[in-house]
Design a protein around this ligand. Structure first.
Ligand code: ADP
Ligand SMILES: N[C@@H](CCOP(=O)(O)O)C(=O)O
Length: 359
């Protein structure tokens, strides 16, 4: 990178905790861990075309593929570029990723990577897409809106997917392998078929309030659970009783978390769930005991407790005595032979951003 001059940008995307108990595929909270990309783009087009060079630092960086045709960030970016009639990456780009979000733990690492990839595509193509269109692209990859919307917008967010026309439904359900093919390295720019463009305005959201004294204790088991696997154990349909149970709680929770001082009795009950956690118990040793044994009565400061995203991380919302709460969860996990790390996190109000850096 010696004599070439570069424009440099920083892309930042927060981690997220999805569901928050009853809000399966609906609610998400952006948290203060992040994925950051420092992107260097040559000011002048280099004489010879070269693919982006990717480097990683931080968590879980050892096994990430560094080929831009295999790496999730750049595959998503290339999808955005190709949908906007730009057949390949600009030449001579350098991407340095610094990751604080552990992979496969239910803290939205893939959602953050997808949002970072969409913002990268937007930046490399100088597309200036608005938030709604950025979200459309992210939803073609991630498909459930809770993590990606909270990561893009920041804060505590509720989202739904628009009902689509039959043609749009077909377009949005195209297999992921066609949206994000693992491009053959020797394909040049002859990719064959055009990628499926996302229908417009798929995702809609609203930001809820958040009482500033509420913090998130994230207790992270030291094993990965792929979201796809944790979705695979869920049933296709639910009883009316269980749906009403969740809807009642979610309706209360969205406002209860915005009230100062927060009401532990109300929030604790409102964070219960019957549509995903019961089915995921078998994948996470200790989960039933953890959910049953920490309450606002046993632990002063605790507001509510649930699985973070698809797990295996446990999310405890609390106002104080964070150490005691984490210690108890750690103890139960350890009785089941599971090692953990834990962090005290705050809500990230900013959401994803792109900043120009001094060159
Ligand atoms: N920063 C990243 N760069 C490249 N790939 C990533 C990144 N973050 C996550 N991934 C991919 O996403 C996978 C985890 O996704 P997933 O199973 O949905 O778990 P999570 O709950 O962490 O989102 C990782 O194993 C990795 O393949
Ligand atoms: N609603 C999804 C959320 C998955 O979140 P992740 O952080 O585990 O990817 C689900 O529960 O499957």
């Amino acid at each position: 990178m010696s004599s070439i001059e570069y424009d440099k940008y920083l892309i930042g995307v927060p981690a997220t905790t999805a569901n928050v108990g009853p809000g399966f595929d609906v609610a998400g909270i952006a948290l203060t861990l992040s994925l950051k990309l420092t992107v260097s783009i040559p000011k002048q087009k280099p004489a010879e075309h070269s693919l982006p060079v990717i480097e990683y630092t931080g968590l879980d960086s050892e096994n990430v593929p560094l080929s831009p045709y295999k790496n999730l960030l750049t595959r998503v970016a290339l999808y955005v570029l190709r949908c906007n009639d730009i057949p390949t990456f600009p030449s001579g780009v350098h991407i340095l990723a610094n990751n604080q979000i552990p992979f496969g733990r239910g803290l939205g690492s893939s959602g953050a990577a997808v949002i970072a990839g969409v913002l990268l595509g937007d930046l490399l193509g100088n597309l200036k897409l608005d938030k709604s269109r950025l979200l459309d692209f992210a939803l073609m990859v991630e498909r459930h809106p809770d993590n990606v919307t909270a990561a893009l917008i920041g804060g505590f967010v509720g989202s739904y997917l628009k009902e689509l026309s039959p043609e749009e439904t077909n377009a949005s359900q195209i297999p992921l392998a066609e949206v994000l093919p693992e491009y053959p390295p020797d394909a040049g720019e002859n990719w064959g078929q055009d990628p499926p463009k996302p229908p417009k305005g798929i995702g809609h959201y609203v930001r809820f309030g958040w009482a500033p004294e509420i913090k998130a204790v994230a207790v992270m088991p030291q094993f990965e659970l792929a979201t796809a696997k944790a979705r695979g154990v869920l049933p296709e349909s639910y009883s009316r009783k269980d749906m009403v149970f969740n809807l009642q709680r979610l309706a209360v929770l969205t406002t209860a978390l915005s009230r100062s001082p927060p009401d532990p009795e109300l929030i604790y009950e409102a964070m219960k769930d019957r549509i995903h956690q019961p089915y995921r118990m078998a994948l996470i040793p200790g989960l039933p005991e953890i959910l049953a044994s920490l309450t606002p009565q046993t632990h002063d400061g605790l507001l509510g407790i649930c699985l973070s995203g698809a797990g295996p991380t446990i999310l405890a919302l609390a106002t104080h005595d964070f150490d005691d709460i984490a210690k108890k969860i750690k103890q139960i996990f350890s009785e089941h032979g599971v090692e953990v790390a834990w962090e005290l996190l705050s809500i990230d109000e900013r959401g994803a951003y792109v900043e120009k850096l001094e060159s």
